[in-house]
Write a protein that binds this ligand. Sequence first.
Ligand SMILES: O=P(O)(O)OC[C@H]1O[C@H](OP(=O)(O)OP(=O)(O)O)[C@H](O)[C@@H]1O
Ligand code: HPA
Ligand SMILES: [Mg+2]
Length: 178
Amino acid sequence: MHNEIEEILFTEDEIQKQTKELGQTITKQFEGKFPLAIGVLKGAMPFMSDLLKNVNTHVEMDFMDVSSYGGGMESSGEVRIVKDLNTQVKGRDLLIIEDIIDSGLTLGYLVDLFKHRGAKSITIVTLLDKPSGRKADVSADLVGFEVPDAFVVGYGLDFEEKYRNLPYIGVLKPEIYS
Ligand SMILES: O=P(O)(O)OC[C@H]1O[C@H](OP(=O)(O)OP(=O)(O)O)[C@H](O)[C@@H]1O
Ligand code: HPA
Ligand SMILES: [Mg+2]
């Protein structure tokens, strides 16, 4: 698996350090509130797990499974709900947790949906931001790292459902996806 990676962009240590800082910021922002932390499956799972261990105030957790890449490298442009929340968002402070914002179509869809459902506030935290990919006018409130215009894998991010279990973020060797 590791020999299929061309370059490591962010090491496990760098991710852990950044995650700790994001956790501290979120702690300050939500102290005394009881936000609903929404992990966007599947990609956000490792980041959500590490991030929330660094948040020192009460949070409720829920998950939404949406998919638009179907395993490949291009968004179909159609966001499909695979699993909805179990929790009502009306009147709640939401913390949406993403692994990456690329075209922004996934996040744009979720923000519209949660506004429509009557969320009190929506805060977005993403481990990675790829501004060069943007098609929808959305941005995160908190960003771990900015990534260049490349398809990245690891730490939750997949190519054809593989590489999510890498402990770092990297770029695949071209022969893997060509
Ligand atoms: O900004 P966008 O272009 O919409 O891309 C970002 C979204 O795409 C990926 O999810 P994907 O649909 O691949 O599902 P997965 O998390 O199960 O891999 C990623 O985890 C984000 O949720
Ligand atoms: O660069 C990416 N890698 C993996 N999944 C993704 N989903 C959107 N962009 C990406
Ligand atoms: Mg994916």
